[in-house]
Design a protein around this ligand. Sequence first.
Ligand code: F6P
Length: 568
Amino acid sequence: MSSFFLISETQPWKDLKAHVEDIKKTHLRDLLTDDKRCQSMLIEFDDILLDYSRQQATPETIQRLLKLAEAASLKENINRMYSGEHINSTENRSVLHVALRASRDAVIQSDGKNVVPEVWKVLDKIQEFSERVRNGSWVGATGKALKDVVAIGIGGSFLGPLFVHTALQTDPEAIESARGRQLRFLANVDPIDVARNITGLNPETTLVVVVSKTFTTAETMLNARTLREWISSALGPSAVAKHMVAVSTNLTLVEKFGIDPNNAFAFWDWVGGRYSVCSAVGVLPLSLQYGFSVIEKFLNGASSIDQHFYSQPFESNIPVLLGLLSIWNVSFLGYPARAILPYSQALEKLAPHIQQVSMESNGKGVSIDGVPLPFEAGEIDFGEPGTNGQHSFYQLIHQGRVIPCDFIGVVKSQQPVFLKGEVVSNHDELMSNFFAQPDALAYGKTADQLQKENVSPHLIPHKTFSGNRPSLSLLLPSLKAYNIGQLLAIYEHRIAVEGFIWGINSFDQWGVELGKSLATQVRKQLNASRTKGEPVQGFNFSTTTMLNRYLQASSDIPADLPTALPKI
Ligand SMILES: O=P(O)(O)OC[C@H]1O[C@](O)(CO)[C@@H](O)[C@@H]1O
């Protein structure tokens, strides 16, 4: 035993390793004949139904996973998170995104202080400000109402809000409250993203929200300076005060940038970037677009799952079970990826958001104590809405690699369509696929079945499906703001569970730093070469060659060009 705790050295981990062989002997097709087993794998909470009977698992597997949770002190870790302990030890911070959606009277402590009143102070400020903008009492520099919003931010300051916005865009209540308004997101430092986002917008009627936890992120700050230029070149520098606001933990830098601190919306160190959608990061732009009352419902949905996660026994705790099953798939069955497959176009940005939440949180190589992990942590997340994915990468999922799938379905469509004379409604058509795919993956199709169908012998190997491919299904009652909040929190907590079991710090992201600092070196070189003709130096042969090619091929662009903004 090493002096540091490693979950892989515990008896429950070894017992699960030993259990793999038993499970591999059993095909899902057989497991699915046991109704009692299947019944025990159905969990219902707050109108959400989880069915994990198509996992390569038996009740015995679940018992062993629960023992693993005990060995990893999962309950204690959840309690430590909710009680504001500095579980993000490498940054010496609490992890309290649950406080962002707690009710006004809740008490959640960080460093001996109840943070809930501060949270509500900012929420109240957002409500007040967004109402003034929406009802036209806050106007732009030329006296016009601000009907369009561009939110500038990247990573956690972008993906979560984009996910929620995309999901709400087709919800009838949200549509009604967003009438006449637009919300756009500028994330990439690529000037093409600037062009796309300002096209068709008038600075006179646009509000820019700069969203950055640190207010130092290179991409966001350059984009913020670009849109500041867009506003001031059209309306004069004083217009910035009326047309730019900020969301940040760093209010000093906000002020330095030229944004009135009264128009800054704070959040706190104890909110990780990728867990910040329920802070002003998401709540401000989304309230500007949809009104605070809609977004409050989204927060309530997340809060409902927070309470479930905190208090429900693990056997019927949705995020805990999902996290444990992921551990089973990744660390024991050896399936490193997970496909997120929502059968709802409104959820098209769920997978990109969860990609960051999961891969930035759990893509780690050392334990929380800094000990190299003797197993791989993290999982590779990707996904697309069904049925689009079916016509793209499902081939690999059915007959190539085994990729555990999350199927997410919705009972009531946001936008139902019924056509007279069609066998089913359009949503039923979509959902037919949602119900069919998990069984296709689980059962497969045998050579025997194909022979009985008189398939030519040479095609039988090509048409055979091995089956035994795990998935789980989550059925949501509808896709209102509340349900979107529930879904978000389920994934956030599931990912935390995985990190707690693997014994890693899911709340830091040192892996993004190296690339950032090398980019700084390149930026300096590009400037020195373009402005002073300095030769490329200090890079390896490959980078030097590429940089020289880039500089030579673009040498017709003078270094001291006047300010130019996109023209499309
Ligand atoms: O909100 P900020 O400070 O601009 O950071 C943006 C993103 O950059 C990262 O630090 C690294 O990609 C993310 O964790 C974060 O969400």
